[in-house]
Design a protein around this ligand. Sequence first.
Ligand SMILES: Nc1ncnc2c1ncn2[C@@H]1O[C@H](COP(=O)(O)OP(=O)(O)OP(=O)(O)O)[C@@H](O)[C@H]1O
Length: 241
Amino acid sequence: MTERLAVHGLVRDFGAGAGVFGIDLTVGAGEIHALVGLNGAGKTTLMRLVLGMLHPTAGTCRINGRDLADLTAADWGRVGHLVEHPFAYPELDVRTNLVLATRLRRVPAAEATGLAERALAELDLGRYSRIPARRLSQGNRQRLGLATAIQHHPDLIVLDEPTNALDPAGVIVLRDALSRRAKAGAGILVSSHHLDEVARIAHRISVVNRGRSIGTLDPDATDLERAFFTLVHDNEREHPR
Ligand SMILES: Nc1ncnc2c1ncn2[C@@H]1O[C@H](COP(=O)(O)OP(=O)(O)OP(=O)(O)O)[C@@H](O)[C@H]1O
């Protein structure tokens, strides 16, 4: 299987026990790999490292087999992400934001409008297409952020807590969109606190605790919550603070 993402021994030490400490992780083509963990476990830090938003203290990270340092602007155009707050130009309307986002990812102008139209339909944002982003509700801003992350059919998609602020219909829309992208060959790294939702979409679930990957959960298991807390509590016992 082609590895869309391969992370080895990634470290970013913020001091006082905070950060990421030697994480190994892969996301294959067609795979949805979920990260779960308590608040402050290191999920966002790992994603920021993967996206080059933070520099690691040690370790390597490869996207489509190439080291992050060697990626060109065109390579980064094959990545889509939403980490922390969804970005949009507040004064521009939703459609214009989508078109601009495709252009920033080096999509040719001739294809940009078509992709944006499809994204409006896919994320069910059509009725807001002429509304400035600043006037969107929080959930619709999140939908716009998600649309900009996936509309250009990237090879690698990295989403931090993508269901934040989404209503139940939005959760389903997102689930379907991610399943479609994975079936088309994208690798998807996603973090979430909703174990049931993660179990529905993920092929693999890794548990992160105190900056380390401490085990996996079986998405088909019956009591994910119990399995999650067993892993976390065992890890805390083995490594008391
Ligand atoms: N820039 C930074 N400088 C110092 N410490 C940081 C920085 N960014 C994150 N941290 C710390 O690193 C740890 C991991 O934070 P991170 O945001 O990665 O956790 P998380 O698993 O995403 O948490 P949550 O589920 O609450 O979003 C936390 O203790 C956090 O306070």
